[in-house]
Design a protein around this ligand. Structure first.
Ligand code: G6P
Length: 594
């Protein structure tokens, strides 16, 4: 989603800001722009589409010496993805970039228009710059004018503003959208996530909601909560794979080793949580969005089956406004790859406000969600670049599975022998995620038969139902074909009306969980001429196509093996359709607005 970069210093500001934006590119955007203020000249460049277009547009521009600069990648919310709507938005002497949504922008816009301000764009953001310039003509100084502007805004925002009348400063404000400031002593950097700052700064400040101020080259030390920042820039490469998504599918068996590292001791699960963590907990609520929600739904089956603990799972955007009943003996778990998803973060804040014990399952250390939760466990999947989540999902399911066993150990709901079996299953599941080249080749060939038709049903039962949802989501996200996930037993309650020879059904048929039940459900679709592709250990006459997984002894191993098949199937179909697999249309990697 939208990304922000800011810079104060002597380097070639255009390059610094473009480099920063490149680091944010994978998060999804549809236009981009930069503003550079140096030697009393404020220059702005904006384009639609990829950053390369922006690079071409400003290729002849140079700025020497000290200056300030801001940049932005935009994922359209208010107004189409046009050049005019791209950020920065400018007034007479100032320029602004903004992540988030200004909810009262129409009221402010009407008032400003009634005072003859002219708007160029359809965005909510443009009001900020005009309001600032109006306030500046009334107020005695810049920061007063900026604070007055921010006080008028309702909504979520991370804002950077530069102005010719204060050419050495960047004004900033944060509420609900992430924003960081970093320094290396000689330069100041701003960014909407830590990735662009790695290797450039040695100290960083994660701004808090409500922070408003300005930075010049010497004011970094006045910030509160400055933390050291270490690490070298590791630029992810595709390493011979066609897409980051493909690479990330293949590396799952390696990263899962990191997910479990140090967390299995003496045939039992050992998590970085206090010994009394589970005491007094009688229920679990899990809240998440997208793929992370599917990981949460998978956990419900595992928590209830192993730890005998009642578990409810909520889509975060539905949880926030539903006036949920908050029970004090609940553990509130949020699951998030990025740690920045606005709805999940707000649900977490609500749970904290109500005094619940909160736990984040997250991939990004120091993310907003990790910092907000009372406890956290990191999934250790490494940076995930493909917008369609793969390794983040497997690491979430793995960690949640371990948490389920951990709770079962504490609640003594399973015997030591069963814990040992589960621990063995975990190790075998790592193996199950190793991509078998024969299966990949098979899926490559098969994909050409699944490009037409009016849609796909992915069906599964029990924990294979959330996996079916995830398989359908993967296909939808990158192939743009219509796909739905369903519990197998639900077919005859409506969806089967769509079954005909133009419907594809991908059926998850684990040998070790409700095999006969899902076989019956699949047969019902086959009888109505749908094309059936089963994923199973053994041949079954209901199938038109079979993708065999290796032989496994537990349903969780089958779960992970089938997950790989679903991810590769989506990948190969999308490649055949000629789509940009890593940056699919309309999608963002990190959704920082509600
Ligand atoms: C976006 C991404 C999905 C992701 C979802 C939740 O929609 O495209 O891949 O599952 O956000 O993100 P989170 O970072 O909270 O897991």
């Amino acid at each position: 989603m939208c990304g922000i970069i800011g810079y104060i210093g002597n380097k070639e500001k255009k390059e610094v800001v473009l480099d920063g934006l490149r680091e944010l590119e994978y998060r999804g955007y549809d236009s981009a722009g930069i503003s550079i203020l140096s030697n009393d000249v404020l220059s702005t460049f904006k384009t639609t589409g990829k950053l390369i277009n922006l690079e071409v547009k400003c290729k002849d521009f140079k700025s020497s010496g000290f200056g300030v600069a801001i940049g932005h990648t935009r994922w359209a919310t208010h107004g189409k993805a046009t050049e005019i709507n791209a950020h920065p938005h400018f007034g007479e002497v100032s320029s602004v970039v903004h992540n988030g949504i200004i909810e009262n922008f129409l009221d402010i816009k009407k008032q400003l228009e009634s005072r003859e301000k002219v708007f160029l764009s359809q965005t909510d953001t443009e009001v900020i710059v005009h309001l600032f310039e109006e306030n500046l003509s009334i107020c005695s100084n810049h920061i007063k004018a900026f604070k007055k502007t921010i006080d008028s805004l309702i909504g979520s925002y991370a804002i950077l503003l530069i102005t010719k009348s204060a050419p050495d400063k960047i004004f900033y404000a944060k509420n609900g959208s992430p924003l960081l400031i970093g320094s290396n002593g000689d330069e100041i950097y701003f960014a909407s996530s830590s990735t662009p700052l790695i290797g450039l700064v040695d100290r960083v400040c994660y701004l808090e909601d409500g922070d408003v101020g300005y930075m010049d080259i010497s004011s970094f030390d006045n910030l509160k909560n400055i933390q050291p920042m270490s690490g070298e820039k590791i630029s992810s490469q595709k390493e011979g794979y066609r897409y980051f998504m493909e690479k990330e599918i293949y590396e799952q068996h390696k990263i899962l080793k990191d997910t479990i590292r140090g967390r299995i001791l003496d045939d039992s699960i050992n998590l970085e949580l206090p010994a009394d963590f589970i005491d007094g907990i009688n229920k679990v609520s899990i809240c998440a969005c997208g793929t992370s929600y599917h990981a949460g739904l998978s956990a419900k089956y595992l928590f209830e089956r192993e730890a005998k603990i009642k578990t409810d799972v909520f889509i975060a955007s539905e949880f926030r406004y539903a006036e949920p009943i908050i029970e004090k003996d609940s553990l509130f778990i949020v699951v998030s790859q990025s740690g920045e998803t606005a709805d999940t973060l707000e649900a977490l804040k609500l749970a904290n406000k109500n005094g619940l014990k909160t736990l984040a399952i997250c991939n990004v250390d120091s993310s907003s969600i990790v910092r907000e939760a009372k406890y956290y466990l990191l999934t250790r999947a490494g940076v995930e670049k493909g917008v369609a989540s793969t390794k983040a999902f497997s690491s979430q399911v793995m960690l949640l599975w371990m948490l389920g066993i951990y709770m079962a150990q504490h609640k003594k709901t399973i015997s030591n022998e069963k814990i040992k079996i589960q621990v063995d299953n975990i190790s075998n599941s790592l193996e199950a995620t190793k991509v078998n080249s024969c299966i990949h080749d098979k899926l490559k060939k098969l994909s050409k038969r699944y490009l037409h038709g009016h849609g796909f049903f992915f069906i599964g039962r029990d924990i294979f139902y959330p996996l079916a949802l995830e398989g359908a989501l993967k296909l939808k996200e990158i192939s743009y074909l219509h796909a739905e996930g369903y519990p197998g037993g639900e077919m005859k309650h409506g969806p089967i009306a769509l079954a005909d020879s133009e419907l594809f059904c991908v059926s998850l048929m684990p040998k070790h969980l409700l095999y006969d039940k899902i076989k019956n459900n699949t047969q019902e679709l086959s009888a109505r001429d749908a094309t059936i592709c089963i994923i199973a250990q053994e041949y079954n006459e209901v199938a038109d196509d079979v993708v065999f997984i290796d032989k496994f002894d537990s349903y969780m191993e089958e779960f992970f093996a089938m997950m790989i098949v679903l991810q590769i199937l989506a990948l190969e179909i999308a490649i055949r359709l000629g789509n940009d697999v890593d940056m699919p249309r309309n999608l963002a990697k990190s959704v920082t607005v509600e």
